[in-house]
Design a protein around this ligand. Structure first.
Ligand code: HEC
Ligand code: HEC
Length: 250
């Protein structure tokens, strides 16, 4: 019966009126589907690799309709995939479960974002490597929207143990050339004959492999230093509060 009702709503194009269910049975079912389809990336909601879902204000999903839409279609251009093998009813139940996570959210996270910004710009030296709203370095990923992309606990791991929480695409390479010089940088591209990288000064270099005696790729080691011993517990909280507040222009 419910399914027929939902299909009717969709057929009628009445998206805006869709409400995620809040009853216990639906939430229970939603939790099961969530664990199967979503937990792999989102963890318990606030401790996954992907976006934090334990929030009353989801950036991409202000309404239940937009939440359902994201579950159905994913978010194009990001790692958030479209639903696979989920019925209409299951998607709604998951949406209901995600909303229930939001209702249980703490109103704020520890730390002071303004102080965190000062650490980012100053002591942390983060801008040397990271781009933020169009300014900064290019030796690491753009952090303009990082708060919408990652949970606070994942942000913490990225800073405390970068190599354990590594994101792909930022492999550091060390090339020893026949002429005795060494070139280090982030690998941009590589084929059988050439390797191109961005060096510490931001310059792109394309090197012929035939000119190299040795090429070392740090596949499992991040070029980002750990800040575990550099920042105090309080400074780390402040920095995470700042990063988590970065939602970009959406
Ligand atoms: C393969 C990993 C992966 C899976 C599986 C996955 N997600 Fe995501 N999800 C992401 C990532 C990464 C983002 C952040 C996208 C971005 O903005 O860059 C995201 C973002 C979201 C957002 C937007 C959060 C916001 O603040 O706007 C919602 C809602 C969401 N996911 C719900 C779900 C649900 C529900 C499921 C299961 C049906 C799911 N996701 C499955 C990776 C995943
Ligand atoms: C020497 C360059 C360098 C410095 C300095 C640096 N980072 Fe990074 N950062 C990287 C690289 C490279 C990556 C991608 C590889 C990885 O995940 O470790 C990264 C990844 C990250 C990520 C994970 C991004 C994601 O998509 O999950 C966060 C968050 C981050 N850095 C924050 C910071 C903060 C905050 C600082 C300053 C306290 C900082 N970084 C300083 C190079 C740097």
């Amino acid at each position: 019966m419910r399914l027929i009702f939902f299909s009717f709503l969709i057929a009628a194009g009445a998206w805006a009126q869709i409400k995620a269910p809040t009853d216990a049975a639906s939430l229970q079912a939603g939790m099961k589907s969530y664990q199967f389809h979503c937990a792999f990336c989102h963890g318990k909601g606030d401790d996954g690799f992907a976006a934090n879902l334990v929030s009353p204000n989801l950036v991409h999903a202000p309404t239940d309709s937009s939440l359902l839409n994201i579950i159905r279609n994913g978010i194009i251009g990001t790692d958030m995939p479209p639903a696979l093998g989920m019925s209409e009813e299951e998607m709604l139940q998951v949406a209901g479960y995600v909303r229930s996570l939001g209702r249980s959210a703490p109103t704020s996270i520890a730390g002071n974002a303004a102080k965190g910004k000062a650490i980012y710009m100053g002591k942390g030296g983060c801008a040397n490597c990271h781009m933020l709203e169009g300014a900064g370095g290019r030796m690491g990923p753009d952090l303009t929207q990082i708060g919408a992309m990652r949970s606070p606990s994942n942000l913490r791991s990225s800073i405390v143990s970068p190599s354990a929480a590594m994101v792909g695409g930022w492999t550091m390479v060390h090339v020893s050339l026949k002429n005795g010089t060494k070139v280090n940088g982030i690998r941009l591209n590589e084929d059988n004959f050439y390797i191109s990288l961005r060096d510490g000064k931001g310059k792109i270099q394309t090197l012929a492999k035939s000119d190299a005696t040795n090429i070392v790729r740090d596949v499992t080691k991040s070029s980002m230093p750990s800040y575990e011993k550099v920042l105090s517990t309080e400074e780390l909280d402040d920095l995470i509060a700042y990063l988590f507040s970065l939602r970009g222009a959406m």
